[in-house]
Ligand binder design. Structure first.
Ligand code: MOS
Length: 761
């Protein structure tokens, strides 16, 4: 093996291009938003547009509709007066419900945040709907609103009081550890509001056929959409089908039931025809979730040898008034390094905004920016190489619970990354490296992410013609799971990859959970392994039955390979014959995978469209990485460039090095955006830059050489297949690595993201 998991034979562990890649790049792939009519091509007769509130808090007094009502090709205008009482609120997905926000648009005359949906306008064309929507006038009685930290009316609550299962951490006496330490850092780090901005907007298309509702909507949890919508509209979940095959980007959005789905479904019912909604990019900033702004007060101290003696992480994150949802992350920062005294306190600051949501690596991106910046600051104070400081505080056990890590390749990642990045060329003093007009800095930071896994069900069919079909209500979010499933089935059933068809993204298929928390590969590949074993065992049992060719043999000795069912002595049957003993066409099995350590109702939770991610066990199960950044800062203009990013990652068994690297590289590029570009700016209670002209993301010209290295991490205990998942690992720590490199380049510590030219001059 040259690198982690790159196998010598078989299919798993070898690079394989994405099965759906060609359809995507040629435009042949159909996204939920592309669905038109049942055949997918006929244009719909009714299109919706949204009117969103221009005040942040208050009451709707009335609507002036006469002008809008005369707009050509208008079909209907719906407000809370039409739908009030017809849509029930359901709790947030992370609070035991289904929704990405429990706030109900068109539920009453109350306005709870700027940009909430206040009317749904339906026209014969998207243009007609948009034109009429622009003519709707809403009269409001505004009330004072709090938009962010420190605004009058913002309500600070301890997370321990807001969320079930949250506990702050206290180990030893951090005061003594801090006071008596020779080297100390005490600083505040802040991260901004960020919005997902996938290419495919937050669309929906709702169509009724009698009492049955079909929803085409980009989603990474169609089960939650189905069950949440059923609860909102008083339907039996069996009446609702939700389809979301390929997702046109999500970055952490599209994770549960959307606020706009039920109103569009009701509009379709009233009008008696399918209704499609494609909101504007600007509206997508307020009708969905976002990464909330955070601030972190870190106190970190070390003895003369660089051993940490005290860590305090106090964090505040923005939350909405109506959901007990806030991004907690100090449990990860508290457990990362050895330290005898640790204290965390996390608080939510509730304001008049929509509920924030997961944006990939939801807590780790902001929380590790704070900790990994502070670690770097302390290294400079101690005069130690920051990698050496991390090595001195490496630990095989969680300093909080005392549990061991299932594997701990953090320093292996730093060593592999440092070698590839040529870390040793780094000058020992900040502000001393230069290339022409550019000041040069090198920085690094850790990336860590707890491994999550969920129950999953999956249907496998093996056909007598030597092909196979996988069916599962999971989603292809762009991570390559379609390809992994085909590779896995091909390897375990002894078929070519091209002979495996994969069907995903339809609630008519066996239930699967949220495509989130980097849990998809881990959960589904374990379910697939179970399904393949069930098929193998069934074929083998049939082959050894009386009157069959292998009567009386031990079925455990049979394998599926090279299109045959083969006994231990090498004799065998063609797959076609083996299948035909059971059925002329195919054998079918349903696998129900429940991860070890799951609650007993894990399958019921899954089938009910609720959240069921597990982490626990008697070890901490984490994926690791080390990020390295080289920044160039122009001595005259302050322009910041990042010519090089190197990441080394250990994430258990790697199934497809090609898609794994592409996940990691994508994350690293996004991390560059998180460090230098992405920020949604509040102007009073409203967002000032809600479009891709002013909300900046990295372009090809911003990205230099990027290298993602896979570090071996054989971890047989993390789950049956040793997979950790790496969808989110790539972005984590990049922002701190860049901030640390900026310090090395110019000797200036920037603790507030994003880092801008203004900070350099
Ligand atoms: Mo992640 S944004 O928790 O799927």
């Amino acid at each position: 093996m040259d690198q982690a998991g790159v196998a010598k034979d078989g299919i798993i562990g070898h690079p394989h291009v994405r099965i759906e890649g060609r359809a995507k790049v040629t435009g042949a792939a159909l996204y939920a938003s592309d669905r038109r009519g049942e055949g997918g091509s006929e244009p719909d007769a009714a299109h919706a547009a949204l009117v969103t509130s221009t005040i942040a808090r208050g009451r709707i007094l009335g609507f002036d509709l006469p002008t809008a009502a005369q707009a050509p090709d208008l079909l209907a205008i719906f407000t809370h007066r039409d739908f009030g009482g017809e849509i029930a609120s359901v709790p947030h997905l992370m609070a035991g419900g289904y929704a990405n926000s429990s706030h109900l648009p068109l539920g009453s005359d109350r306005v709870a945040y700027a940009g909430q949906i206040v009317a749904l306008v339906v026209g014969r064309t998207p243009e007609a709907a948009a034109q009429a929507a622009a003519l709707v006038r809403v009269r409001y009685a505004p009330e004072p609103a709090a938009a962010s930290f420190d605004d009058p009316g913002a309500e600070t609550v301890r997370l321990a009081d807001l969320k079930a299962h949250h506990e702050d951490i206290a180990v030893g006496d951090t005061e003594i550890g801090f006071r008596e330490a020779p080297a100390r850092i005490e600083a505040r780090y802040t991260t901004p509001i960020q919005h997902h901005n996938p290419i495919e907007l937050f669309t929906t298309r709702c169509a009724w056929d009698g009492g049955r509702l079909t929803v085409h909507e980009p989603s990474r949890y169609i089960g939650a959409v189905r069950h949440g919508l059923a609860a909102q509209l008083g339907l039996d979940p069996a009446q609702i089908r939700v389809v979301s095959g390929l997702i046109g980007g999500h970055f952490g959005s599209k994770f549960a039931l959307s606020q706009h789905t039920a109103p569009v479904a009701l509009a379709a019912k009233r009008l008696g025809c399918p209704v499609s909604l494609v909101p504007t990019r600007r509206q997508c900033f307020t009708i969905a979730n976002y990464r909330p702004e955070t601030r972190h007060d870190i106190r970190l101290a070390a003895d003369r040898d660089g051993r940490f003696t005290s860590l305090v992480h106090e964090a505040e994150v923005i939350a909405s008034r109506f959901d007990p949802f806030a991004m907690e992350g100090a449990d990860v920062t508290a457990s990362l390094y050895a330290c005898p005294t640790i204290r965390t306190e996390e608080r939510a600051v509730r304001v008049d905004r929509n509920t924030p949501g997961p944006m990939r690596a939801p807590p780790e991106v902001p929380y590790l920016f704070a900790l990994e910046s502070a670690v770097d600051e302390l290294a400079w104070r101690l005069g130690l190489d920051p990698i050496e400081l991390r090595r001195r505080n490496d630990t095989a056990r969680d300093p909080v619970s005392g549990k061991p890590f299932s594997s701990r390749p953090l320093m292996a990642c730093f060593d592999a990354g440092a070698a590839a990045f040529d870390w040793k060329r780094r000058a020992p003093q900040p502000g001393t490296m230069r290339e022409g007009a550019w000041r040069v800095g090198l920085g690094c930071a850790a990336s860590v992410r707890p491994v999550k896994i969920a129950a999953a069900t999956l249907r496998l069919r093996l056909f007598a013609d030597g092909s196979a079909e996988i069916g599962c209500a999971h989603h292809e979010i762009g991570n390559g799971i379609t390809t992994l499933l085909a590779m896995g089935a091909a390897e375990r059933l002894g078929l070519p990859v091209e002979r495996v068809r994969v069907q995903l993204g339809d609630t008519d298929l066996p239930a699967a959970g949220l495509s989130g928390g980097s849990s998809t590969t881990t959960s589904l590949m374990n379910a697939l392994a179970l399904a393949c074993e069930q098929v193998r065992a069934r074929l083998a049992r049939t082959a050894v039955a009386p009157d069959r060719p292998f009567a009386g043999r031990d079925p455990a000795g049979f394998r599926l390979a090279d299109g045959r069912l083969t006994a231990s002595d090498g004799r065998g049957l063609s797959l076609a014959d083996a299948v035909r003993f059971i059925d002329p066409i195919r054998v079918e099995t349903l696998a129900e995978f429940v991860p070890p350590g799951s609650p007993p109702d894990a399958l019921e939770t899954l089938r009910a469209g609720r959240i069921g991610l597990t982490t626990g066990g008697d070890a901490l199960k984490w994926a690791f990485g080390a990020q390295f950044a080289e920044v160039h800062i122009h001595a005259e203009t302050g322009e910041i460039r990042v010519p090089r990013l190197t990441g080394a990652f250990a994430a258990g068994r790697i199934l497809n090095p090609l898609t794994a690297r592409s996940q990691l590289v994508g994350g690293m590029i996004w991390g560059l955006g998180s460090a230098l570009l992405e920020e949604t700016v509040l102007d009073g209670p409203a967002y000032r830059n809600p479009d891709l002209a002013e909300y900046l993301v990295p372009t090809a010209m911003d990205v230099g050489a990027i290298e993602a290295i896979l570090v071996p991490d054989p971890d047989e205990t993390v789950n049956p297949l040793g997979i950790k998942g790496l969808g989110e690992l790539g972005i984590i720590g990049v922002n701190a690595a860049i901030a640390n490199a900026v310090y090395h380049a110019v000797g200036r510590r920037i603790r507030e993201l994003p880092i801008r030219i203004d900070d350099m001059i």
